[in-house]
Structure formats: C-alpha cells, structure tokens
Design a protein around this ligand. Structure first.
Ligand code: KG4
Ligand code: ZN
Length: 365
C-alpha cells in the first residue's frame, strides 16, 4: 500500500489531501483518506473574479492549517507517507509557487520523493477516485472556469487534447453572463438556479459554429446575451432573468453535450468522464446522462466536491506516477500553461546534484 500527501494551490482553492492505493493495472482505484479545501471564493467575489496576487497571499496564510487539518483527518504524519505530490502547472504562477515551495520543503525535511502533477491530469483522476472499475481508454470532458477541453486518455500518463475552447471557457461564460444579469460571482450556481424557472426557448441564441468538430467558442453566445440585455434595457423593460438564464444555459449545455458525445463516438470510446466546476450544472448532467443512455455511452460524473478543485485528485494522479516509478527532480518549476502532452517532461530527469544546479552562482562550498 502506498500513500501520498497532495497539495493543490493552482488557483483560488488551498487544498491538501492524503490518498492511498496499490497497483491493480489496468484498473487503478485510489482511496482518499482525507481531503481539505479552503476556498477563497468570498475573498474574490468582491472583485468579480480571481485576483492573482490576492490568491497567492491567501495561500501563504492558509496552507499550513489546511495541511495540518488534512494530516489530522487521515490520522497520519508526513513521515508515514511515501511521497509528496503537488500541482505545478497550469495555473496562476504565484499561487502554484506557494504549493510547490511547501511541497519541496516537506520533501527535503522528511526525505520523501517529490511528484509534480499537471492540474488537468489531476481532474481526470477524480474519475478514478469515484469509479473503481474505470480504466483507460476513455474520453474526458473537462469544464471549469479556466478550461473547456475534450481529453482522450489513451493510457495512464498518455493524453491527447482533441477539443478545446477557442475563447471563453464554459465556466467563464457562466460567470460573464451572470455578471450581465447582476447575479454575482461565481455565476454558474445562480444561473443554474434561475434557469430552473425559465423558458429555455424564449430567446434563440447562437451556438458558435466552428470548422472544428470538437472545439468550442462561447464568446459569440456571451455577446448575444449582452446585446439582448442592452436592447431590453433600452426599451426600459425589466430583465426576464430566468428566461435569459435558461436560454443561455440550454444553448451552452447542448453544444457541450453534442460535441462530447460525437467525439466519443468518433474515437470509438465507450466511457465519458465529466469533471470541472461546470460539471455541477444540473442541465448539463441531465443532458449528458440522457445522451449517454441513448448512445450506450457510460457517463461518469464524480460528486461535485471532486469535480471542483481539490487535492485528492492531485494525490490520485501523483500516486499513479509514484506507482509507475515516476518522480520529479527537486529543481522542478511551475508553468502557467502546459500542454498535457508535455507531462512526461515532469518526471525522470534524474537526480541532479546541487553543485550542478547552482553552477555560476556565488556559493561558498
Ligand atoms: O473547477 P472550478 O471550481 O474552478 C476552476 O475554474 O478551476 O470551476 C469554477 C467554475 C466557475 O466558473 C463557476 O461559475 C462554474 O464552475 N460553476 C458552475 C456551476 N457551479 C460552478 N457552472 C454552471 N453550473 C453550476 N451549477
Ligand atoms: Zn481545476
């Protein structure tokens, strides 16, 4: 049995978890022993979005307590664990640095290997925490505030992005439309609620036609909602918030469902994993489950706490790398962007001696 500690600070959640598991390839069923998430949403709500510098500062203040809580919940100390996993890309650089420095400190102090984890690979592993019999190949629809991607998981550690957003991520579109409607930040939950009482057919909105079958574009949809709101305001009419929310949500969730299902069919994949904050959306869940039912496609949507940012998913991905003998060098850095295809570069550069790393610097030996 192997156990890892995992740290996630790529955006506005400070999260630490302990995850355990053993190899059972081709399946992999990690278990979460603890998972603590300190959200900064209230802090950023006043600004209408995440403020990077504010986020990093809050991570610095909160991380030690989240770490302590996660270890207590698991009933373990760092010395009991086999490795330290940490999100190192993509994300807000200042925020990533806080988590990575904490992870390196623990790795050095307790003489444990460090495992850098790609945040999106982490999201994929929320599925393995949920469904013990899940195994690659499968397709993953990742829909969050920063990402809208269709990822083909060919095998553990082997991914290809087959669809992506050309402009706004799905969650970003929810947030921007919610702002237009005066519903606050984050915008997904209130739009989800308002849409329940609205007429989704009242306002026909553009789906954003693209030449690529699996890429998405939601900026046209967002602009159409902006025009609609401006027009109604000019006419001095009260905003039909529920109907606009329902029409917008229907359009966006239909596009995502159609693209994901068509992509799975084209690639001959029988499992679709859906994750990221927007996977909490009730209409999206219902549409995907219904489409999956009709097409014989198994649709897996983890519980909301695992779909939104958390460290358990990072621990699951880190544990998988650890079990495959992949660890990161201590001079690992962070990156705001990193294609999934570059994941192998995070591992196995070999241990570097400090004299090699510090060449040219003024170090008294
Ligand atoms: O994955 P996440 O927690 O954070 C990252 O972006 O990494 O996703 C947050 C996004 C926000 O844009 C939020 O508005 C959206 O997920 N969201 C939703 C719902 N709950 C959260 N969007 C639609 N419907 C929801 N129920
Ligand atoms: Zn995320």
């Amino acid at each position: 049995m192997a156990r890892v500690l995992a740290i996630e600070t790529s955006c506005d959640e400070t999260a630490v978890a302990v995850v355990e598991g053993e190899p059972s390839w081709p399946t992999f069923a990690p278990r979460q022993l603890s998972s603590v998430v300190a959200s900064q949403i209230d802090l950023h709500a006043a600004y209408g979005g995440v403020v990077p510098e504010v986020a990093s500062r809050r991570h610095v203040e909160t991380l030690p307590f989240v770490l302590e809580a996660a270890l207590q919940e698991a009933g373990l100390g760092v010395a009991d664990l086999d490795a330290i996993a940490v999100t190192c890309a993509p994300g807000l650089v200042g925020s990533l640095l806080v988590g990575l420095m904490a992870a390196k400190t623990l790795a050095l102090l307790y003489d444990k290997p460090l495992i850098g984890v790609h945040h999106l690979e982490g999201h994929l592993f929320s599925g393995f925490l949920t469904e013990p019999d899940l195994r690659p190949p499968c397709l993953c629809l990742l829909v969050s505030g920063g990402h809208t991607s269709l990822i083909w998981m060919k095998d553990y550690g082997e991914y290809q992005t087959v669809g992506r957003t050309r402009d706004d991520a799905a969650g970003e579109a929810f947030d921007k439309v919610a702002r237009l409607l005066g519903l606050g930040y984050p915008g997904g939950p209130p739009i989800d609620r308002w849409a329940q009482q609205g007429d989704p057919n009242r306002f026909p909105l553009p789906a954003g036609k693209l030449d690529h079958p699996y890429d998405t574009s939601f900026s046209g949809l967002k602009t159409a909602v902006l025009r609609l709101v401006q027009q109604l305001q000019q006419e001095g009419r009260e905003l039909p918030v529920a109907d606009i929310a329902a029409s917008f949500q229907a359009c966006l969730t239909r596009v995502l469902t159609e693209k994901a299902v068509a992509c799975a069919e084209a690639l001959g994949l029988s499992t679709l994993l859906v994750t990221g904050g927007v996977a909490a959306n009730r209409e999206l869940r219902a549409r995907l489950l219904e489409a999956g039912h009709h097409k014989g496609l198994r649709v897996i949507i983890p519980p909301v706490a695992l779909c939104t940012d958390n460290a358990a998913m990072i621990g699951a991905a880190g544990l998988c790398h650890w079990l495959r003998g992949e660890i990161s060098p201590l001079d690992l850095g962070v990156a705001s962007r990193m294609p999934l295809e570059e994941i192998p570069a995070l591992y196995g550069k070999g241990g570097r001696d400090y004299r090699e790393v510090l060449t040219g610097s003024a170090v008294a030996l």
